[in-house]
Design a protein around this ligand. Structure first.
Ligand code: DC
Length: 227
């Protein structure tokens, strides 16, 4: 049978689980496109800030900007590029602290999540897509060919976070970072809209003690066996 040229792989999981690194490596191994759905929320947060809005106190105004907003991943020279209002986004801007500080408020707005549903589903036209997020297997692509829920214990995730310079406050310890991560897990998994949880048919990938390459190899093997 000829290999499929279009399918979706969902990679969900909690913060600092290493899922974006693994999703990128998996895309390379499968010849597919890695797409960060967090960047979609970040792009809308960035636009709201550019318009002088505070997403925490002005969620309704953030929703009002949506009819005048276009957002899509498009292939340019074979690579996906995120276009906001027709222009490529500047990824470092989306990952700047001022965007990081408000993006979770943006991600809480039900009407905005609803608006992003179609933006994300349209990504299937790009071919083999590996989408990384929180609700890809549960909400966005419940029919995805493969659903992985990549996770690690709070202590292991704290170790990884500490190894990434600049992502933790000064004076943070392994224990304080692990406690923060456990607290965020609790918030993310109990929020009303699209809580973080594995889809019933997702494969749980526990990554403690594994390198990103080892995890990506394991996922690629599972995909090849299941194709
Ligand atoms: O993965 P990230 O840190 O770039 O995500 C940015 C924010 O968007 C974070 O608050 C979680 C949220 N998010 C979400 O709610 N659903 C997704 N599918 C992806 C991200």
């Amino acid at each position: 049978m000829a290999p499929l040229s279009s399918y979706q792989i969902a990679i969900d999981g909690p913060a600092a689980s290493g899922k974006s690194t693994v999703a990128k490596l998996l895309a390379q191994r499968l010849g597919g496109h890695y797409l960060s759905t967090g960047d979609l929320y970040r792009a809308l947060a960035w636009k709201a800030l550019s318009l002088g809005l505070d997403p925490e106190t002005q969620p309704d105004q953030v929703v009002e900007m949506l009819p005048n907003t276009s957002l899509a991943y498009q292939l340019q020279e074979g690579n996906p590029v995120l276009l906001l209002d027709g222009k490529p986004v500047n990824l470092p801007d989306l990952h700047a602290p001022r965007v990081a500080a408000v993006v979770s408020h943006v991600a809480k707005i039900p009407a905005l999540r609803e608006w992003l549903l179609q933006v994300q589903r349209d990504c299937r036209h790009l071919g083999i897509v590996i989408l990384e997020g929180r609700d890809i297997g549960t909400v966005i692509f419940p029919q995805a060919k493969f659903k992985f829920f990549v996770t690690a214990t709070p202590l292991e995730r704290a170790r990884r976070r500490l190894a990434q310079k600049g992502e933790v406050p000064q004076g943070a310890t392994l224990e304080s970072v692990a406690a923060d991560i456990a607290r965020r897990d609790e918030l993310d998994s109990t929020r009303k809209t699209a809580p973080l949880r594995p889809a019933e048919d997702a494969l749980l990938i526990q990554t403690d003690g594994m390198s990103p390459d080892q995890v990506a190899d394991k996922l690629a093997d599972l995909v090849r066996q299941g194709s």
